[in-house]
Ligand binder design. Structure first.
Ligand code: NAD
Length: 286
């Protein structure tokens, strides 16, 4: 069997188009344009690329982007003061601080300083807590993109066994919670999991977010499973996922490529979150 390809690029374009249409209709009814502030501290090359991609997505959707580039030596106090100003700015509906931050800045302190209503990355403890309790919140972008990708197959998540490999706070754990919210039976596997291939083989839906290139081969796969590869590693200069695509595609029912799977979805869901944050703010003031 050869798996159906889940095209994250095409799906992300659909999401961007729909965000764009909604923004056009907001603006036709005289409502303000959503604004996203992206703060980049230092000049990490990968972070610069991510910020540029976010800026492009803002241009494509009509979101007003404000990229604030700060020197590597920016102090924590200076960064907190900029966030405070953005929290109070009615034209800014989303604030994102590109991670990682330089080591002299406390990441948790910075994330907690962002208003939870503008926390479009979904990393603030209030949004994380609301995700845990199943309340409405700004959901983290990558797991939100993962759910969209699974839903795009037309397969109902309800009642399926989902295995997530990886238990990070930003990807693995929230992906597990969001699958649970969609009524899957969820197993979260990690480095201490015994016999990972056997555990993975019980999955109707397998989400791999380990950051280990080609960790998952065909021995991990149940015939016909939906396989979502979140991993991004550079191997011999080539972007490589956590799934050995050529081997796994012969057994899986659906599979995401790397690149072109989860990556573009993360940016598209950021635009969705920015629109959501803006609509909430606009409703409050009108
Ligand atoms: P992380 O390093 O914080 O967490 C990795 C997790 O995987 C850990 O919980 C660890 O227990 C588990 N793990 C590692 N090796 C394992 C193994 N051999 N067996 C079982 N479990 C193992 O990484 P992260 O931030 O969760 O990101 C994971 C991957 O996803 C990375 O490659 C990252 O670059 C990528 N990523 C992609 C996007 C995107 O938009 N496509 C977004 C975020 C992260």
């Amino acid at each position: 069997m050869s798996a159906h390809l889940i095209d994250g690029k095409a799906l992300s374009q659909k999401i961007l188009d729909s965000v764009k249409h909604e923004i056009e209709s907001l603006s036709r009814s005289g409502k303000p344009v959503p604004g996203l502030a992206v703060i980049l501290v230092g000049d990490d090359p990968a972070s610069k690329i991510y910020v540029r991609n976010k800026e492009r997505a803002c241009q494509a959707t009509g979101i007003k982007s404000n990229v604030i580039t700060l020197d590597e030596r920016t102090t924590e106090e200076e960064l907190l003061s900029i966030i405070d100003t953005l929290n109070k700015d009615d034209g800014i509906h989303g604030i994102l601080v590109q991670l990682p931050l330089p080591s002299h800045i406390n990441e948790s302190k910075v994330i907690e300083a962002i208003s939870p209503y503008k926390d479009v990355d979904g990393f603030h403890p209030i949004n994380r807590g609301r995700l845990l309790t199943g309340e409405d919140c700004l959901e983290p972008c990558t797991p939100k993109g993962i759910i969209h990708l699974i839903q795009s197959t037309g397969i109902d998540i309800t009642g399926k066994h989902a295995v997530v490999i990886g238990r990070s706070n930003n990807v693995g754990k929230p992906a597990g919670l969001m699958l649970l919210r969609n009524n899957a039976t969820v197993t979260i596997a990690h480095t201490k999991t015994q016999d990972l291939p056997s555990v993975s083989r019980t999955a109707d839906i397998l989400v791999v977010a380990a950051g280990r290139p080609r960790l998952v081969d065909e021995t991990f796969i149940k015939e016909g499973a939906v396989v979502i590869d979140v991993g991004i590693s550079r191997v011999d200069g080539k972007i490589t996922g956590d799934v050995d695509f050529d081997k796994v595609k012969e057994k899986a029912g659906y599979i995401t490529p790397v690149p072109g799977g989860v990556g573009p979805m993360t940016v598209a869901t950021l635009m969705e979150n920015t629109l959501k944050a803006a609509k909430r703010a606009i409703c409050k003031t009108s």
